[in-house]
Structure formats: C-alpha cells, structure tokens
Design a protein around this ligand. Sequence first.
Ligand SMILES: NC(=O)C1=CN([C@@H]2O[C@H](COP(=O)(O)OP(=O)(O)OC[C@H]3O[C@@H](n4cnc5c(N)ncnc54)[C@H](O)[C@@H]3O)[C@@H](O)[C@H]2O)C=CC1
Ligand SMILES: O=C(O)C(=O)COP(=O)(O)O
Length: 528
Amino acid sequence: MTINILISDPLSEDGIYPLRQEKELDLNIVSNTGLSPAELKGIIKDFDVLLVRSQTKVTREIIEAADNLKLIGRAGVGVDNIDLEAATEKGIIVVNAPDGNTNSAAEHTTAMIMALARHIPHAHMSLQEGRWDRKKFVGVELKNKTLGVVGFGRIGQEVAHRAKGNRMNVIAYDPFLTAEKAEKAGVAYGSVEDVAKVADFITVHTPLLDSTRHMINEDIFKIMKDDVRIINCARGGIIDEDALYAAIESGKVAGAALDVMEEEPFVGHKLLDLPQVIATPHLGASTIEAQESVAVDVSNDILSYFKFGSVLNPVNMPSVPKDMVAKVEPFFDLGYKIGNLVSHLTDEAINEINIYYSGDLANFDVRPLTNNTVKGILTRNLGNHVNNVNARYLAERNDIKVNEHKSTRAKAFLNSITVELVTDHTTHKIKGTLLAGLGARIVQVNDYVVDIVPDGHILMIRHTDKPGAIGLVGTLLADQNINIATMQVGRTSEGGDAIMVLSVDYAVENVDFLKQQKNIFDVKAINL
Ligand SMILES: NC(=O)C1=CN([C@@H]2O[C@H](COP(=O)(O)OP(=O)(O)OC[C@H]3O[C@@H](n4cnc5c(N)ncnc54)[C@H](O)[C@@H]3O)[C@@H](O)[C@H]2O)C=CC1
Ligand SMILES: O=C(O)C(=O)COP(=O)(O)O
C-alpha cells in the first residue's frame, strides 16, 4: 500500500531524509506549499499524512474532508494551528517535535531582548537612511536588571539560563514551578502579578491556550514597573495587543519585541508603526539546525507509526488495551473530570498527585485510568497537548510524583476514585463515584460532602458561611442573566469556610463580579 504524504509548509529537505531514504514502506511524498484553505480541502482526501509547520491551518473543515488521513505531523512545538479535537474525533493521531527548536527559540528571544535594549534595528535603519544619530539610540544595560519569565518550560528555562549569563536577575512564573525547582534553576518565583511588579523585561513562553489568552492584559500592564520592556517569541494572543499598544502610547512600556502576533502574517499591524516596537516575522524556530531537527523528529514518528503503530511524541490519541475497555472504561471520563475539577482548587505548583481507587475497581490494572486522571489535572495548564500516552511523562518532567493507592474494601460506595493534590502549602481532594443507573457523581470536595453531576459548566465558589451568601450569589448571577441548574452547599462548621458548587446553563467567562464580594474568597469557572 502506498502511503501518501503531503508537506504543506516549507520543511528542511535535510530533515526529511528519513522519509526520502525509506525502503521498507512505499512512500509517495508530495511537497505543495502555499495552498489556500480551499485548495487544501480539495486535495486532502488523497493523503494519509499531512506534514505542517505553523502556517497551515488544519481546521475542523480540513479534517472533516480528510477521509484517508491517519497522521498529522507538526514540525515544531505549538499545535494551536491544528484542531486537535477534530483530529481526535476522526481518529487522526497528531505528533509534534517538542525539543528540536527549543535552543533556536531561546536564542532568538535572547537576541530580541538585546536588540530591544540597544535599539539595534532602528539604529541600523537610521544609518541606512544616511544619518549618524548617536543621541537618539541610547540604550539600557541588561546587567542587574530583572527578567520576568512567564512560562518556565523548555524555552523559558533556556532563556532564563542565558539571561543569567548576561548578569540579569530572573523571576519566573509557571503553575508547575516549585520552590525546589526554582532554586535549582537559580531563579526567584512568584505569581504572574509578582513577576509584573518587579521585572524590567518580561518575556512570555507559554503555549496559547484558553487559560493563557490575553494573560498579559490591561490589568497586568497597570501593575508593571514604568519603562518595562515586553518580549513575545511564543504565540500571538498571550499578550493583549490593544492593551500593549495603549501601554506603549501612555509611556508605561518603553519597548516591545515581537516575533508573533494574533493574526499572521502581521504586515501592516498598527504596533509596527510605533518606534518602540521591533519585530520579526515568526522566526523563532527558523534556523538550519532547528528546522533539520524538527523535520527529522516528525519523519521518524511517521515511520514508527506505520511500522510499529507507536510514536514518540503524540499530542492526542488516548489508547486503552482492548481487554480493559469493558471493565474500567466507564471510569475513564470520571477520572478525567475529577482530575480536572481538583486542578482548579489550587493555583500553586503541584508536588504530588495521590489517586485512591477503592472497591471493585482496585482489582484491575488501573494505570490507563491513572493516565487519564493525570491528563485531567495537567490539561488545565498544559492544554490539549496532554494525552493518555504522555500524561505521566509530563508529570514526571514537571517534578510531580504520581502515586496510585488501591483498596478493595468498599466503604460508602461500591467503587470510588479520590484524587488528592499536594502542593507546598495545601492539600486538596475530590472524590467521585459511578452510581448504578444514575452515572457519575462527585461526592466529596475537600472536607465537604456534596452530590454533583460532573458535566457542563460548573462554578465552584469558596466563601465564608454567613447568612445571605447563597441569596447574594443567586442575585448576582441573575443580574448577569446566568441561570442556575443545580446548586450544592457544604461547610465545615457554622460561620466557617464553605463551598457552593453550581451548575449553570452557559460558560461564565468572567467571574470578577463574584470575586469582588466580601465573603467570597475564591471562584472557579470550569467547563467539563
Ligand atoms: N516563535 C517561535 O518560532 C516558536 C514559538 N514557540 C512557542 O513557545 C511555546 C513554549 O514552548 P516550550 O517551552 O517548548 O513549551 P513547554 O511545554 O516546554 O513550556 C510551556 C510552559 O508554559 C507553562 N504554562 C502553561 N500555562 C501557563 C500559565 N497560565 N501561566 C504560566 N505558565 C504556563 C507550562 O506549565 C509549561 O511549563 C510553544 O507552545 C510555542 O507556542 C515554540 C517554538 C518556536
Ligand atoms: O514550533 C513552534 O511552535 C513555532 O512557533 C515554530 O513555527 P514554524 O514551524 O517556524 O512556523
């Protein structure tokens, strides 16, 4: 059988040599870059594999037309240009190349920090235009300045390492950053607000996820130091571009270096008109070395998939051994949902995940179930990148211990899963069960006994047990036209800490109106 491979973005020819020299498989490699979405949609049904970088938008529409597609290879890190949900639904595995361009992206970020500090692009242009202007381009030193790194993954850590070489102090924020890890890396750590308050330069290195979209916004710009400089070599959309524009215009932000923007190509973008802005056309990974490396990695995964049915860098595609399906599959969704819910109870870095299986369930090999539960926990911060195959690996990489505990002794329920998250300062847990004929239920949140259907849009509100608290929440939600479907209230003691868990009819985008209330100390909107 011929395997038809379409390469729709420019890839390193040296990098795809594993495909070119393949003898065992019959590969037909077609390079066709610069296709319009309509053109791609028109031809995609003829291909088994699609190989892309960031330009090709692999939308649901394309995937739905891709009747023979088995694998999408992303020669790079970010998969925000691929509709992962649509691919998974259609059974198409997505692989990426997470390590191959780390160094290049970190070097580019470092170059941007320096170019920004010393006005190199503008000074060069001014010389080209025939001027010898030395006064206009007085810069600032990096030495003894503080670099804020938001997103301390592969690239963030490499950038921090280089900044220390330039004698900068580094403060980082990442939900997975613990005191121990920060100390090992020689950086300070804190919340995104802590970073904003003290940094002279702020560079973002998170993926683009719902939780990171516009995380650098008007409110965050307000608390930054005057004359701060901003760098984005990760993804357009992490920084709110209108807020950045306003912050530059107002004089708060002294400069910005941008490799990416929300819409690309970004020729003609209004930020480019500001003299404080320098920019490159998404060049972070554009080096000979990185391009070769990412193309080799995806090529090898393509071969591995067609020869052995396994891949090294899957981004989606859970897999469950067949004999397990009937026994533990009903619990998969429950494990994921408990994991996802409990992850919203803390913003601190997680050190340990304890998963307690009790009742019948403890008789089975629950490892795939554990993977799905860990996936639910990590998804909050790592997004769709986490799947059953890589969840444990990602936990390990983030120094999170995962422990399974089993007890066949059934207590109040025939079977139950309890997930406990341990951080430096707190422990949070959620317990769930499957009730015969009724389906999944959350029966305990920390010390509160509850009865919640884990589905749809959930608001978890932690508050002080005071008369009127429940009525107030009802009224505030009604004012926003948000209908409450069910509501559960639990408390530890009269007048003590309490919790309200509400299911509402629509996703609640902004919960500030609830957070501002005196007796409410935490609000989480969760979509399951
Ligand atoms: N400009 C370019 O050409 C390139 C851009 N990139 C972008 O850089 C991003 C980061 O790449 P890597 O470091 O390899 O990924 P990574 O997965 O190693 O690191 C991402 C980090 O962001 C953290 N994170 C997630 N949500 C967060 C939040 N709300 N606040 C703070 N941190 C959060 C994660 O915990 C993780 O540690 C990619 O997703 C990609 O979009 C990557 C390569 C080249
Ligand atoms: O790897 C990534 O996430 C990148 O942004 C690199 O994008 P590119 O492959 O150069 O279009």
